[in-house]
Ligand binder design. Sequence first.
Ligand SMILES: Cc1cc2nc3c(=O)[nH]c(=O)nc-3n(C[C@H](O)[C@H](O)[C@H](O)COP(=O)(O)OP(=O)(O)OC[C@H]3O[C@@H](n4cnc5c(N)ncnc54)[C@H](O)[C@@H]3O)c2cc1C
Length: 454
Amino acid sequence: MADVIVLGAGPAGVPAALAAAEAGASVTVIDANDRAGGQFHRQLPRDLDVARPAALHHGWRAAATGFAAMADHPRIEHLAGTRVWLVERADESLIVHTTGANRTSLRGRTLVLATGATERVLPFPGWDLPGVMTVGAAQALVKGQGVRPGRHVLMAGTGPLLLASASTLLTAGTSIAAVTDANSLPDWRSAVGAGRRTPGKVVEAGAYLADLARARVPYRPRHAVIAVDGDGQVERALVARVDEGWHVVSGTEESYDVDAVCVSYGFTPNVGIAAALGCELTEEPAVVADLAGRTSMDRVFAAGEVTGIAGASTAALEGAVAGSAAAQRAGFAVARAEVRRQVRRRERHRRAAEAVLAAAPIRGGWSTWLDHDTIICRCEEATYASVRHAIDDLGARDVRSVKMTTRCGMGLCQATMCGPSVVDLVTQATGRRPDDADGLAGRSIAEAVPLGEL
Ligand SMILES: Cc1cc2nc3c(=O)[nH]c(=O)nc-3n(C[C@H](O)[C@H](O)[C@H](O)COP(=O)(O)OP(=O)(O)OC[C@H]3O[C@@H](n4cnc5c(N)ncnc54)[C@H](O)[C@@H]3O)c2cc1C
């Protein structure tokens, strides 16, 4: 039995594993990816290793030191390419069931959930054409495969990741037609004010903006991609000016000839395993965790974006704290002064991140970009017209009713992609958030698993 099982080997999971192992605990780290790094420090496959991996990464040196320390640590075992589909509680321990490269059931005295977040996607006409992808997918292509998302790309959405991702794509040699942010520059000024608490982040954002300026990429606040079309793949993107609520200002539409559109509308915490275990969730939904990363369930800790979106540096600090706390719960002594220092730094980083995110909200006007045939649920090909029919004609007032009448959220991704949009559409139609808004997150089997394994 491992003293600590860490689920996720991203910016939160790696420091969690190292902190727990340093305290003397035996640690098993499990991650679906073949190499450590998570979303932010996604690594190329070993056989594609390049001479200068740092070129595409921010904060690579510290991350690489962490990966090496984890690989060399005698008390850490890393199960890569392995997905966790179920966690069960047992007396004084937890049982973790896995599939993929390592199909097994492991027992741990404690568990650190560092499962990160999935990207929020907004539907718009043509968003299901090949060539439309999230900035995370573009980043996965570049950092994880050494492949550019397109030759001439438009980047659209809102928030700081647009800048970070544009910088990565430029470094990889992609031509960017423009970066459009549906929110405005004044919104961003308040975030920069809050960023004074974490000057490193302001410098980082400045460097990204400088990259855009050097490459002469236009940055267009209050503009959005409202439709994409092409013959079997992206050929054109329609960009329009939007007002404060993201309604299109008519007569401002213009067309861009591009072969890819990369979108970023923020993240949704990946709470599937936590919800199935019964951990308390916030409305977001994110896992409720205290300063030490303790969740509402004994022996279960959480760190990083599964507890709320706040960026890689916050995730790393939270991971270290939660790893120490998990080791302590498993019976090991930890260096309290160091943990207190990390908690203080984490508070600063999280407050600054919250201010940045507050400057980049999603506004309801996005639903006016849709036409009747726009797909909302890609897995089940449920259209906007079918969702409207469920709400307007059949009286659906909660997510479950929309799901039952349209099949939204019943496919392979189990509402990971369409769920937040359905919640928004019901909220817009009824004027209140549906009572079962977080119900989409809760199912006991968190990952697709072959029946034979069940
Ligand atoms: C395109 C893009 C650009 C970004 N740019 C920046 C930036 O400039 N600055 C910044 O601070 N942040 C940035 N971020 C955000 C940053 O990636 C996150 O803050 C950070 O990765 C969060 O770390 P985490 O460890 O909480 O989660 P993640 O990095 O998401 O790691 C979670 C890990 O858990 C694993 N996992 C989840 N569920 C399971 C399961 N059931 N079984 C097995 N494994 C599982 C996943 O495979 C993943 O490796 C960016 C993100 C993206 C997508």
